[in-house]
Design a protein around this ligand. Structure first.
Ligand SMILES: [Fe+2]
Length: 224
């Protein structure tokens, strides 16, 4: 599938998700997604990967900045996902016909230790990675335009869409449990391509769509 079609759909999702912002009396607009999706720049320490790894002082990242990286997010009703019309619409609009659940804990995930290790290896996919957290929580780390790690904390009710070609990794947080709905366009392909895999068309398309564009915009802005 061509990237242009994906990008049109991505912007459509973005627009519909921005409508989740609700004005409050006398206060700045509150985006409900921030209750279930938070992001920040990571420190460089080698401590336990399940710790938050905030910088000192903390450097939070806006959901708009994530959108610039191609990472989309929304808040949904995780207690009623079976009948949720909003989820149904997202699946229809974006062609997410495949759905299953992945529970990450020693009792439910075969080869738990090995999987946990693999999830945290920096990798990319040739398709979107869509995860909807219906219980627990976890960290999805993504690279920004300057190759810095941004930690995205996904909690119950949060959905994120990582674009094809973005380098990322996953870890549980200190609560050690997540149950995530996995969505996919067509038959699922979960293959991770560990870094470096810069020659893949999906990576090249990602760079063109989200990295070079950003660099170009900055050049225009600074020249203005
Ligand atoms: Fe992945």
């Amino acid at each position: 599938m061509g990237l242009s079609r994906r990008r049109i759909k991505a912007s459509h999702l973005s627009v519909s998700l921005h409508s989740q912002r609700m004005p409050t009396m006398g206060a700045p607009e509150k985006d409900p997604r921030e209750e279930v999706v938070q992001a920040w720049y990571m420190d460089d320490s080698d401590e336990d990967q399940r710790l938050p790894h905030h910088r000192e002082p903390k450097e939070f990242v806006s959901l708009d900045k994530l959108t610039e990286l191609g990472v989309l997010s929304c808040k949904l009703d995780a207690d009623n996902y079976e009948t949720d019309e909003e989820l149904k619409k997202i699946r229809e609009d974006r062609g997410y016909c495949y759905m299953d659940f992945c529970e990450v804990c020693p009792e439910k995930l075969p080869n738990y230790e090995e999987k946990i290790k693999n999830f945290f290896e920096e990798h990319l996919h040739t398709d979107e990675e869509i995860r909807y957290c219906v219980a627990g929580s976890g960290y999805f780390d993504v690279r920004d335009h300057n190759d810095k790690w941004i930690r995205v904390w996904l909690k119950k009710g949060g959905m994120i869409v990582l674009p094809a070609g973005i380098y990322h990794r996953f870890t549980l947080d200190a609560n050690n449990y997540i149950k995530a709905m996995r969505l996919f366009v067509g038959d699922p392909v979960w293959t991770p391509f560990n870094r470096p895999h810069d020659h893949l068309p999906a990576r090249k398309e990602y760079i063109k769509a989200f990295v070079e564009k950003e660099v170009g915009d900055h050049a225009v802005n600074s020249a203005a």
